[in-house]
Design a protein around this ligand. Structure first.
Ligand SMILES: Nc1ncnc2c1ncn2[C@@H]1O[C@H](COP(=O)(O)OP(=O)(O)OP(=O)(O)O)[C@@H](O)[C@H]1O
Ligand SMILES: [Mg+2]
Length: 413
């Protein structure tokens, strides 16, 4: 191709030189060389500036991801992508994303046990572990551990069709209706690679909506009633995907000073992300997690809760949903705490503590039943008072063991 282009350029130059010679009387040979030199210099300048500006644009983009990742991820989608998002969201399964950029607050523990509770009440649950640390993957038991494949990254990569994603692995022990896309450390590498491709134009689609596309597929919608996505404590392609797919976001926090400040920053980022991308997810609220005492809040926890309530009311008390326009204040679910229970830590391939087969920890069952029922009410899967629809006898008859004084319904505002 280059040969042909050079030949054509030379032919044009020769013809131009000849016509110029005829009109000016200057020798056509000299004109030809002057013109050739001008063209070569022009080409060099064009190549240099393309290289320079290309490099600068790429450098600026990389700098943005590293220096201000939030701003990078908040880039508004194109009109076509936004339209596609809304069309899919209108028919979406309930998708609960569990998120907080503060680490160690109990996100994975709550994901595993909420899934167990939804399973107990008869829902078919799909879990996605989007944390490269794989904590959720480690907590749950597998139907056939030998055959378990780490498939969360396949959804993140987004091959457009669910046929390219390995079937989620079925859970074992007491989980009867739950499956999981497990994760391992390579998820982090794949996440970075995806960002690199998106930055350099290797991917022209909007990688933030890959998970939503997968979960909107007919096959997934036919097999599951509810999806829970566990996220890492930072913004990355996986977290952006979990937020873009979510219909609801649940934010666990520990009730101490540092965690309370951190959770407010996280909520602010989720709200900004929702606003800039035009997403419709609802904030389910902030769950007090790893609370020290199963009956009352300690003084320090009460103070942290008071601070949280005040700040939430002033910062997010009147936030409208960007799609529905409904005012949805972000609230602390003070009556639905998850307390610290040693029994939750004894997993070792067994059921998480919520199931009755483990010998029974009524406190664990009661607290996840309350939180689970509240979530189901909020997403519209149950409408009656929760205790009437829980089929598991143990859970139905469990007395209110944690006397926090605020009913689930009341805390939902
Ligand atoms: N209710 C609880 N009772 C006892 N231990 C808990 C409870 N919740 C969480 N833990 C323990 O606290 C640690 C952190 O919990 P978890 O991994 O669920 O937090 P996380 O928010 O998912 O962390 P990361 O941000 O790193 O993913 C784990 O060792 C977990 O076993
Ligand atoms: Mg985790």
């Amino acid at each position: 191709m280059w040969e042909e282009l050079t030949k054509a350029a030379l032919e044009i130059l020769t013809a131009l030189s000849k016509s110029l010679e005829a009109t000016t009387g200057i020798e056509s040979d000299s004109i030809f060389w002057i013109k050739l030199a001008t063209v070569v210099l022009g080409l060099c300048a064009a190549s240099f500036s393309t290289f320079y500006w290309g490099r600068k644009i790429l450098r600026d983009k990389i700098q943005q991801v590293l220096v201000d990742p939030e701003a990078f991820w908040r880039k508004p989608p194109t009109k076509a992508v936004a339209k596609q998002y809304l069309a899919r969201q209108a028919h979406s399964l309930p998708i609960i994303t569990i998120a907080n950029y503060k680490g160690g607050v109990g996100k994975s523990m709550i994901a595993a046990n909420l899934a167990a509770y939804f399973d107990i009440v008869g829902l078919r649950v799909l879990l996605i572990d989007y944390d490269y640390q794989g904590s959720l993957t480690d907590i749950v038991p597998y139907a056939d551990p030998e055959k378990m494949t780490f498939s969360a990254h396949e959804i993140l990569k987004g091959d457009k069709s669910d046929r390219h994603v390995t079937e989620p692995h079925r859970l074992g022990k007491s989980y009867q209706r739950t499956a999981i896309h497990p994760a391992e450390a390579t998820l982090s590498r794949i996440d970075s690679h995806l960002i690199y491709q998106w930055l350099t134009g290797g991917r022209t689609d909007d990688i933030r909506f890959n998970t939503q596309a997968y979960l909107a597929s007919a096959a997934v919608r036919a097999k599951y009633d509810i999806v829970i996505i566990d996220t890492p404590p930072r913004i990355c392609a996986a977290t952006a995907n979990a937020l873009c797919a979510a219909t609801h976001v649940l934010v666990p926090t520990i009730l101490d000073t540092v965690s309370s400040r951190a959770v407010l920053r996280s909520v602010q980022m989720f709200i900004d992300f929702r606003e800039k991308l035009g997403l419709s997810f609802k904030m389910l609220g902030i769950v007090p997690s790893r609370v020290t005492n199963s009956r009352t809040y300690s003084n320090r926890e009460s103070k942290a809760l008071e601070y949280l309530n005040e700040e939430l009311a002033s910062r997010f008390g009147k936030i409208p949903n960007p799609i529905t326009g409904a005012r949805e204040p972000v609230i602390a679910l003070a009556g639905l705490p998850i307390c610290n229970r040693v029994a939750l830590l004894h997993i070792d391939g067994d059921d998480p503590g919520i199931f009755k087969e483990t010998g029974g920890d009524p406190v664990i069952r009661a607290m996840f039943a309350r939180l689970g029922n509240h979530v189901l009410e909020q997403i519209g899967l149950i409408r009656k008072p929760a205790t009437e629809v829980v089929p598991d006898a143990d859970i139905r008859t469990t007395p209110t063991v944690i006397n926090f004084g605020v009913r689930a319904g009341a805390s939902a505002g």
